[in-house]
Design a binder for this molecule. Structure first.
Ligand code: URA
Length: 491
């Protein structure tokens, strides 16, 4: 019997699994239980007496393929009570049946991947659909209540055990706010410094709607465009099960019902003269006024259209076009560069200039077909300065990279790749949300709170620029860095 402390006790799972594997405990002999809700029965023995079997300190370490660790970290959060048994069986089989590593169609592997996908989807929905409401007493501060308590509280009902794994996303995004997210099984609170977890709550513990919410509904109704209504698509992106906790959902039915009539009225109206174009606001103002979108458009095509129109920073005004990511929507591996260069800007495709040629050479050497990868950039427009007639590449400012982050995150949310390679510091910072010392951290994997694994390495342009040293050796070292992602790359 392997007892885990709670539903999201992945560390406990790892510990038990490692020790049981080393002790030769077959999957059929091991029963997984969760202490927080399984009641021990007569034959279980008391909780806690079933510590993992002792491991031989001299035993060789267990080698598992790289894909298993993130897979277990995600699938282990699924609500299916058989998940730990499945993951242990898969682990056991990966160790005892080496051919399984190369069999992505194996039924256990497929099942674990389906669980992981459902968990990733649930995390994505939580990021998109959590709606904070202000807590009245925290804003007024009357009655001497605890001024350190949350100012904003949200109620959410995730399908899986994802609160711990998703909370760091909210801590980063709403770092300046004090907030709490209540769910039926687990709650989390951010006090501006640290996350605190506690048992589940009741819906009635969350605050009711307030005046600001009414304002939001008015805004939502006024931006609703009946000609754009795609009900099936909308329900796919915003499944009905989330509606009961989304304030704007009450408007969907009435707005949808009147959409056809409103569209006819719009079409029948006479054309209007275009208003004179206003001079662009300064970049600082534009950035300050930028609303942070809570969720990205629901398809790559919609995301591209929105990216094309983006003026959240000034770069877009001076570029020929936005350069979107390129590759199949099912790509498992995403390569992220800094920003398009001059050639990319003119052709509207990523990595087609000199840096792209070097990347192509490396991909050919690795045997990774380019058209089965997803290539994109942290910043979607070409930033440059004019020298006579020449447009010289300029590194995007951090504010500009941040303004563009929504599009990269939108691509990640839609593609849900298994892994990403950050090519250079701008990409690494965008993906990991912190400054990255590429030379010190190259060749290392990092796992984001949403489970995406990120491998850091140099940008190909850095190799083209490299002065001193042996360029051939630098190139081979870079290819060796990239090769670390081979298990995630198309074969
Ligand atoms: N450099 C990048 O980072 N991206 C491109 O698309 C081209 C050059």
């Amino acid at each position: 019997m392997a007892w885990l402390a709670d539903e999201a006790d992945l560390a406990g799972f790892r510990q038990h699994a490692r020790a049981s594997l080393a002790a030769g405990v077959a999957p059929s002999q091991l029963v997984w239980r969760v202490a927080s809700h399984d009641t021990p029965d007569l034959f279980d023995g008391p909780v806690g007496t079933t510590a993992p079997p002792a491991t031989d300190p001299d035993a060789p370490p267990i080698q598992v393929p790289a894909f298993f660790v993130p897979l277990a970290a995600q699938a282990g959060l699924h609500a299916d009570s058989k998940r730990f048994g499945l993951l242990y069986r898969l682990l056991w089989r990966l160790v005892h049946e080496p051919a399984l590593r190369h069999d992505p169609l194996d039924a256990d592997r497929q099942q674990a991947e389906a669980l992981a996908r459902a968990v990733r989807r649930d995390m994505h929905k939580m990021k998109a659909f959590v709606r904070f409401r202000p807590l009245a007493q925290a804003t007024t501060g009357q009655h001497g209540q605890d001024r350190q308590g949350p100012q904003h509280v949200a109620w959410f009902e995730p399908e899986h055990h994802i609160v711990d794994a998703t909370a760091p996303f909210f801590a980063r995004r709403f770092a300046q706010m004090r907030w709490a997210i209540l769910t039926p099984r687990r709650c989390v609170r951010w006090d501006g410094q640290a996350l605190h977890f506690s048992p589940g709550a009741d819906r009635s513990d969350a605050p009711p709607a307030d005046a600001a919410e009414q304002l939001w509904l008015t805004y939502y109704a006024s931006i609703f465009n009946p000609a754009r209504l795609k009900l099936a698509m909308m329900q796919k992106e915003m499944p009905r099960r989330y509606w009961k906790n989304l304030p704007e959902a009450v408007l969907i039915q009435p707005l949808a019902a009147g959409a056809a009539q409103r569209e006819r009225t719009m079409v029948e109206q006479p054309a209007q003269e275009p208003a004179r174009r206003r001079p662009a606001a300064s970049s600082a103002l534009v950035l300050a006024a930028r609303p942070v979108p809570m969720h990205a458009p629901g398809t790559l095509a919609a995301l591209r259209q929105a990216t094309e129109r983006c003026r959240a920073c000034p770069i877009g005004q001076h570029a020929t076009q936005a350069v979107h990511g390129e590759g199949p929507a099912q790509a498992r591996l995403m390569l992220v560069g800094e920003q398009p260069g001059e050639r990319e800007d003119l052709q509207g495709r990523p990595f087609v200039g000199p840096a792209g040629q070097l990347l192509d050479r490396a991909l050919a050497q690795l045997g990774w077909p380019r058209d089965r990868l997803y290539l994109t950039n942290a910043v979607k427009h070409f930033k440059h300065e004019l020298r006579g007639k020449r447009r010289l590449h300029k590194t995007p400012a951090q504010q500009e990279a941040e303004a563009c982050l929504q599009w990269l995150e939108g691509e990640i949310a839609l593609l849900q790749p298994q892994a990403a390679i950050a090519l250079g510091a701008t990409a690494a910072r965008a993906l990991l949300g912190r400054p990255v010392a590429v030379l010190a951290e190259r060749g290392q994997w990092f796992t984001r709170p949403d489970g995406l694994r990120v491998l850091v390495t140099l940008h190909p342009a850095a190799l083209l620029r490299s002065e001193g040293g042996d360029p051939a050796l630098a190139y081979q070292r870079w290819v060796a860095d990239l090769a670390l992602a081979a298990p995630d790359a198309p074969g």
